[in-house]
Design a protein around this ligand. Structure first.
Ligand SMILES: Nc1ncnc2c1ncn2[C@@H]1O[C@H](COP(=O)(O)OP(=O)(O)OP(=O)(O)O)[C@@H](O)[C@H]1O
Ligand SMILES: [Mg+2]
Length: 239
């Protein structure tokens, strides 16, 4: 018997079908990619569209880019109305301002879990993004990164959140993640720039894994036309 799981749609045209319907609600999804592969824009889009179509509320924790720059980028990509009430962007500056208590004794993983718990209970967020894991690691003095990550993922799962963990893959690296996050996560979306011919570069998206879903494993081309995101099939030049 097929088990029906509630799904969060990405609202990227063509992608939900490729995923087998969407992303199972409550999943933790690693969004891995080299610099400039639209990791931030893509996840903001998922949040923006879920707010617009279903009133879903999301929390975007931005540990690198500040809120104004993030919003300006989003506006240029057809997300002019990134309302705080539905997509709340929390940047490092705001996080630091909010840390009045004796937070110096705590590590950033603990602080983040506490802030997320508080925000979920007071504002009812259903979707969370952490951008990026590398920035979180840089802030924290980790003794046991894999255990910390296991604990963080357990905490967001307990809250029922669908979570996107943005991770930066260095150019040329064959590893998607540093500390086994790729094994711990329920899903992996991998973004990659691929040279096509001598001059063109294509942005490709591949769902490497998505637990519980019978998804397409092939790479798709991720496009943005100034208004919306859509995926198309890679046209193979092989005969
Ligand atoms: N309308 C558009 N169509 C195609 N590409 C765009 C468009 N608007 C912005 N871009 C490109 O998207 C990239 C930035 O996207 P974004 O910041 O989401 O990527 P990122 O993967 O989060 O980057 P970083 O690694 O710096 O965090 C830029 O390289 C920019 O040129
Ligand atoms: Mg980014």
């Amino acid at each position: 018997m097929e088990v029906q799981v509630p799904l969060l749609q990405t609202h990227v045209e063509g992608l939900d079908r490729a995923l087998g319907g969407g992303i199972p609600v409550g999943s933790t999804v690693l969004v891995a990619g080299t610099p400039g592969t639209m990791k931030t824009s893509l996840i903001l889009w998922v949040m923006h569209e879920n707010a617009r179509t279903n009133g879903v509320k999301s929390l975007y924790v931005s540990l690198e880019q500040d809120m104004d720059s993030l919003k300006a980028g989003a506006a240029r990509m057809g997300m002019g109305n990134l309302h705080e009430s539905s997509v709340y962007v929390l940047d490092l500056g705001q996080l630091r301002k909010g840390l009045h208590r004796a937070e110096t004794t705590k590590d950033w993983f603990t602080i983040l879990i506490e802030i997320v718990k508080e925000a979920v209970s007071s504002s009812g967020y259903q979707v969370l993004a952490i951008d990026s894991l590398e920035a979180l690691y840089a802030l924290s003095d980790l003794k046991s990164p894999r255990r910390e990550m296991f604990h963080l993922l357990g905490a967001v799962k307990e809250l029922g959140l669908t979570t996107f963990l943005i991770t930066e893959t260095p150019f040329g690296s064959t590893r998607l993640a540093q500390w086994g996050e790729d094994f711990l996560a329920d899903g992996i979306l991998h973004l990659k720039q691929v040279e096509v011919g001598e001059t063109d570069v294509q942005l490709r998206l591949r769902c490497v894994k998505m637990r519980w879903m019978n998804h397409d494993h092939n790479a798709l081309v991720l496009n943005h036309d100034g208004r919306h995101f859509f995926v198309t099939h890679v046209i193979s030049k092989k005969k």
